[in-house]
Design a protein around this ligand. Structure first.
Ligand code: TMP
Length: 253
């Protein structure tokens, strides 16, 4: 097979040029990182599960009219996606206090928020993805005020839908991150959900026990990440046949 052109090599995913103009192939790796890649391990099979879970969530979102970059799954680790111009922001939606919000504001993990809270982080590894305000975003031209309004509306729809979907299988969607990209159709620009939606980019807690079923298992050394992701996939009926992947720690230099 001819070698494909590498477009972007990230921490957990690689992008290759797609077979048609305007498409890319997104490859899901087993690499798992935390704390801006200071902690790193290989979780064998994680990429296979995330490929399927992201397909599942994106397809379900398309089904309610939320536009996404997903076109079709190609194989165990790859999916065909639409090429977008990524807006350099991580859009985080929070339903309960956890993670950096708990640390920043001294809120007990799991405490209720008065309403879902949307935050924006500037995507810049060197700066550690700092929290930014709408003022920064518009002033520095990362997105227009209209884009911001559209991004908030998209994020709210994604949150409402995924919260309900996960509640149906006994999982609380505590918070999540999405990335949004621009596509042009003739003279019209549209915003669509891009990147991935998987337990790498969400906090998912079992409703009954509070067990964490997301990347916090790795961040906080709470057990086997593969078991947690497999449980999410199993409950959602995604690849019920898989055995849990195993974590292989990597020495950092
Ligand atoms: P945080 O509490 O660490 O700010 O994370 C909020 C949510 O966003 C959590 O579900 C994890 C997700 N997230 C990412 O997917 N990538 C990131 O780089 C960060 C900082 C958070």
């Amino acid at each position: 097979m001819a070698r494909r052109k590498l477009v972007y090599d990230g921490k957990a995913k690689t992008l290759y040029e797609g077979p048609e103009p305007g498409t890319l192939v997104q490859y899901f790796k087993d690499d798992t990182t935390a704390n801006n890649a200071q902690k790193h391990a290989i979780v064998e099979g994680k990429g296979v599960i995330n490929n399927r879970l992201s397909e599942f969530f994106m397809t379900a979102l398309s089904g309610i009219g939320v536009p996404t970059h997903f076109i079709r799954r190609l194989n165990m680790r790859e999916q065909l996606i639409r090429s977008v111009e990524i807006i350099p922001l991580e859009v985080v939606v929070r339903n309960l206090a956890a993670g950096s919000l708990s640390r920043r504001l001294g809120l007990e993990e799991g405490s209720a928020l008065p309403r879902p809270i949307i935050e924006f982080y500037f995507k810049d590894d060197k700066l550690g993805d700092p929290l930014v305000t709408e003022e920064h975003i518009v002033a520095f031209g990362w997105a227009s005020q209209q884009d911001l309004d559209d991004m908030v509306a998209l994020a709210v729809r994604v949150n409402d839908f995924l919260s309900g979907l996960l509640l149906g299988v006994g999982i609380r969607l505590v918070d999540f991150k999405i990335e949004i990209g621009r596509i042009w159709e003739g003279d019209f620009m549209r915003l669509i959900v891009a990147d991935e939606i998987s337990p790498d980019s969400c906090r998912l807690w079992d409703i009954e026990t509070g067990r964490k079923l997301d990347k916090d298992v790795f961040r906080l050394d709470l057990g086997d990440l593969g078991d947690a992701y497999t449980e999410v996939a199993r409950r959602l009926g995604v690849m019920p046949e898989v055995a849990a992947p195993r974590t292989r720690p990597r020495l950092m230099n």
